[in-house]
Ligand binder design. Structure first.
Ligand code: IPD
Length: 277
């Protein structure tokens, strides 16, 4: 099984590098066509679609019986099928708004789950050439070098990431503003950042640059791959309430340490979501 899994991951890495060239070229060249999905804040480009096609066609030609959960396929009407089969969870460009605005913080995300357990994650920023990857039990790496989450246990000493995504409902606004006020003004944390890509936010925690991250409303493809990287870097990944992480729950909390994760959870104004599978 493990040897087989290595073959899967090695091949996915090859495809992700090819996809990177495509994204890099589109980023550097004239604007690609931008369309909106669920709302004016939810963007998709032809590059997102081309990259997802490249990855899914490549993997499905090589590995029979594997399944796919891809952001743009789902946007196009595909159902999320969450089964025991080896399943690739793909975000062709995480940070599409950054991509559209030529902000170089974007990531191609490919996660692998087997029997509904996340096994491997690849997060590649083809603009900065930063390739993060992890496999369960094998550690987390950036461009081949091991990375570690921070050992910080105190909110006051932390740089925290609270990201508000494309859903701007009153409940989401209230949650974001109240949580922000608590960590920045009541708890006086070192600072707040948010990079506009769930995957970049999470690798920032995995490499110890930031100490914690919370977001509500994300999808499985935003977090599947980077969750493996955070865990293998020694960090924690949970539900924002502190309950166990469920990749289909549409919310995530990451931290360098369990203590910080717990304290951060207690600062938050929580939002409930229906699981997507
Ligand atoms: C989005 C990014 C963004 C987050 C949104 C995601 P996309 O993914 O990760 O940072 O706030 O929740 O949907 O649409 O760029 O792949």
């Amino acid at each position: 099984i493990h040897e087989e899994e290595q073959v899967f991951v090695d091949y996915a890495l090859e495809l992700v590098k090819k996809a990177g060239t495509l994204v890099r070229t589109a980023f550097d060249s004239a604007e690609s066509k931008v369309e909106t999905k669920a709302s004016n804040t939810d963007l998709v480009t032809e590059t997102d679609q081309a990259v997802e096609k490249l990855l899914i066609e490549g993997l499905s030609a090589r590995f029979k019986g594997h399944r796919f959960i891809g952001e743009e396929s789902v946007a196009g009407g595909a159902k999320i099928e969450w089964t025991d089969a080896p399943t690739w969870i793909i975000d062709p460009i995480d940070g599409t708004t950054n991509f559209v605005h030529r902000i170089p913080m974007i990531a191609i995300c490919v996660g692998l789950a087997i029997k509904k357990q996340l096994r491997a994650g690849i997060v590649f920023n083809p603009i900065t050439n930063e390739l993060y990857m992890a496999q369960v039990g094998k550690g987390a790496f950036k461009n081949g070098f091991p990375i570690r989450a921070s050992k910080n246990e105190s909110i006051a000493d932390s740089v925290l990431i609270l990201q508000l995504g494309s859903i701007r409902s009153p409940i989401m606004q209230n949650s974001f503003v109240e949580s922000y006020k608590t960590v920045m003004f009541d708890k006086q944390c070192h600072g707040h950042r948010s990079f506009g890509s769930a995957a970049i936010n999470m690798v920032m925690v995995a490499q110890g640059s930031c100490d914690g991250y919370v977001e509500y409303g994300i999808h499985a493809w935003d977090v599947a791959a980077p969750a493996v990287i955070v865990l293998e870097a020694g960090g924690v990944v949970t539900d924002p309430t502190g309950a166990p992480f469920d990749v289909m729950s549409r919310k995530v909390l990451c931290a360098g340490t369990a203590q910080l994760g717990k304290d951060l959870s207690n600062c938050l104004t929580h939002v409930d979501f229906e699981p997507e599978a």
